[in-house]
Ligand binder design. Structure first.
Ligand code: PMP
Length: 406
């Protein structure tokens, strides 16, 4: 008999389960608003033109497929942290970053967790590191940091009554947390709520994080999706850098380069000195080596190709802006349709929230109704992936939402 015969069956991943149900639905009008992946106005997956051209260029070069170093491509890593921090900060502190290429944003978060468990306050800590997540946060954050050996708790963030940030509650829960906690912050385009702090609110968050000796850990999975501009969307991280924080930064290039399956990401650690950066780099490699030896090569080559060529970089930035703009226009259309249908509810939060997601405020029951009566699929918490909305399906979607919220 199999030695695994007693293995209990685990629960299905909530988001991936939605796609399975959607695929089995035969209604031609069905809409999948579950998965956080960009779609064009025909509802189709997108490969950016800049990526296509980069792919062509890379192919032309006839490169080998040897292993990357354990820490990945040095060129890619340098370009990645430059995208986040910009010229000035990189120039000021170029030798103080420890960083490595990761298996996208998920891998970057996981490496951050592994580093925290092993080396945060090295030699002085007697308990697990405590990572504070916004309430709510990306559903994978808790398992990532728990599996990496951290304790996980949450801080106040979203207020369902206003469908916006509860800044006072947020600041006071960060204040009440144990000194020296690790605070996970979504750099922009918060998942799942679409609610980002204003610049003033970021400044207040930075102050309390500093006062309490907390360590900021930025998860930046959607740089570009809030404003359409990579630099504008990095303002939170840059503000924290200018305020004198040491920063852990997990970057994903899944969404803004459309490289989902290529697994392109970066974890960086801003330190106090070149010595400290060298020590952390050595340990990051020791953590990575027994897990996967070295990261994949194909995706980073495309990012490097784009960022090393002015013309391709301009094209990519334009296309990134185009994705953000299309989502913004879908937000307006959805809100306007609901108003026109005579909905008695206020739907302004659809346009006020940012990035790929809208935290609609729909109840679990309403979400279920959408699915059963209209073949519209979203997560039970009412999160709508705006990237799945198109100018063709928005009237149907608005009507469905109107019907279940009457
Ligand atoms: N962080 C957040 C907040 C996310 O939403 C995602 C993607 N859903 C990720 C990290 C990581 O995605 P990936 O591993 O594809 O880069």
């Amino acid at each position: 008999p199999s030695r695994f015969a007693a293995t209990p069956r685990g629960p299905e991943d909530a988001i991936l389960g939605i796609t399975v149900a959607y695929n089995n639905d035969t209604n031609p009008k069905k809409i999948n608003l579950g998965v956080g992946a960009y779609r064009d106005d025909a509802g189709l997956p997108v490969v950016l033109e800049a990526v296509r051209q980069a792919e062509h260029n890379v192919l032309q070069r006839g490169l080998d497929m040897e292993y990357l170093p354990v820490a990945g491509s040095h060129t890619f890593v340098q370009r990645a942290i430059w995208l986040a921090y910009g010229d000035r900060i990189i120039h000021e502190r170029h030798n103080r970053f420890a960083a490595l290429q990761t298996l996208s944003g998920t891998g970057a978060c996981r490496m951050a967790g592994e580093l925290l468990t092993r080396f945060l306050d090295y030699g002085q800590r007697t308990t697990k590191p405590l990572v504070l997540l916004p309430n709510p946060s990306w559903a994978n954050h808790k398992p990532i940091f728990t599996d990496a050996g951290c304790d996980v708790a949450s801080y106040a963030y979203y207020n369902p009554a206003t469908r916006a940030l509860d800044i006072d509650a947020c600041l006071s829960s960060l204040h009440d947390a144990p000194n020296g906690s690790v605070v996970l912050l979504h750099a922009c385009a918060h998942n799942p709520t679409g609610v980002d702090p204003t610049p003033e609110q970021w400044a207040a968050i930075s102050n309390v994080v500093m006062d309490k000796g907390h360590l900021p850990l930025f998860d930046m999975a959607y740089q570009g999706f809030t404003s359409g501009d990579m630099d504008v969307d990095a303002a939170s991280v840059r503000l924290f850098a200018d305020d004198g924080h040491r920063i852990l930064l997990a970057q994903s290039f899944s969404k803004n380069f459309g490289l989902y399956g290529q697994r392109v990401g970066c974890l960086s650690v801003m330190t106090d000195s070149q010595n400290e950066a060298d020590a952390i780099n050595s340990q990051l490699k020791i953590i990575a080596r027994p897990m996967y030896s070295n990261p994949p090569i194909a995706g980073v080559r495309l990012v490097e190709e784009i960022l090393n060529c002015d013309q391709l970089q301009r094209l990519w930035r334009d296309e990134m802006k185009g994705m953000a703009r299309r989502i913004m226009s879908m937000r307006s259309m959805l809100r306007d349709e609901l108003v026109q249908l005579g909905s008695q509810h206020n739907w302004d939060h659809i346009v006020h929230q940012h990035g790929m997601f809208c935290f609609s405020g729909l109840t679990e029951h309403q979400v279920q109704q959408l699915r059963e009566r209209f073949s519209v699929y979203l997560t039970a918490n009412g999160r709508i992936s705006m990237a799945g909305v198109t100018s063709e399906n928005v009237p149907y979607l608005a009507n469905a939402i109107h019907e279940v919220t009457r």
